[in-house]
Design a protein around this ligand. Structure first.
Ligand code: FMN
Length: 256
């Protein structure tokens, strides 16, 4: 009797073990496939947003492949995020910084802020947010042209007081019933311009070299304000990078 019971227990244990192995394997495969698809979608969204901010022909390098990693309080990131330098005929023409507005209605809002070498905003796009559909999501170009109101603006135009929503006596529209979201984005774009202004010499110091060289020049440099700048060629924003900076912010919005 006893050997029969232990044989049956062994059989059940083996069946259970096999079931567990197959299940774990299937879930792992599924996760890998999903992660790859998400990364591919995010890379596609980045490419599209970069292309919208800087029209083709305004640069002749590969923005995504020639990026550097930057971390700074003004950009709102706690770990390095990619920045892209556009180069035309060997001269830097613009920079696209990834910035985070930490104070959205529903958490962090992830942005790309394109800035011409002369300090004018080339364009801004939202690449991730969790704002309320119908209220805060008007920061997406697909929902409203509001995000284009930054184009051509600079640190001096408008002056500092103008870098606020109209409700706060600034120049930028808020949305009906939703002031928190546009206020957060205006603040983040303003801070990105301040970052650019403080670091444009390094950001644009390619002197006809590659952006990789810019990154090398910046590598491991520690800013006076405690900000650290790192470089890594061939990088693009990944889900990990976004999550490392603000885990609660799921990329969505302008994402495909
Ligand atoms: C369910 C719900 C969702 C909301 N979502 C947003 C939002 O995504 N963005 C936003 O700016 N305000 C949102 N609001 C409105 C804000 O609570 C706030 O009233 C509005 O932004 C005006 O802010 P102000 O008082 O600073 O002008 C939401 C309100 C509710 C009740």
């Amino acid at each position: 009797m006893l050997p029969e019971i232990s044989r049956s227990m062994l059989k059940n244990a083996a069946v259970l073990g096999l079931f567990a192995i197959v299940t774990v394997g299937a879930v792992t495969l599924l996760q890998q496939g999903t992660a790859e698809r998400i990364q591919a979608a995010e890379r596609a969204a980045q490419v599209r947003a970069l292309g919208e901010i800087l029209p083709a022909g305004s640069y002749d390098n590969h923005l995504l492949d020639d990026s550097m990693q930057i971390q700074d309080r003004l950009l709102g990131n706690k770990s390095p995020l990619p920045a892209y330098v556009a180069i035309k005929d060997g001269r830097p023409s613009a920079v696209i910084l990834q910035a985070i507005a930490p104070d959205g209605y529903s958490g962090a809002i992830h942005l790309l802020v394109g800035i011409h070498a002369d300090g004018r905003v080339a364009g801004v796009r939202v690449i991730g947010h969790r704002e309320t559909p119908g209220l805060g999501d008007k920061i997406e170009l697909a929902k409203s042209p509001w995000i284009r109101s930054f184009e051509g603006k600079s640190l001096s135009s408008p002056e500092a007081e103008g870098w606020a929503v109209k409700k706060d006596r600034g120049e930028f529209d808020q949305f009906a019933g939703a002031t928190i979201t546009p206020r957060a984005v205006v603040g983040a774009v303003h801070r990105a311009l301040q970052y650019f202004d403080a670091h444009k010499a390094e950001l644009l110091a390619t002197g006809g070299e590659t952006t990789g060289a810019v990154g090398d020049a910046l590598e491991s440099r520690t800013e006076p304000a405690g900000a650290t700048v790192h470089s890594r060629a061939g990088s693009a924003a990944t889900r990990d990078e976004l999550q490392t900076n603000e885990p609660e912010a799921e990329p969505q919005g302008d994402q495909p």
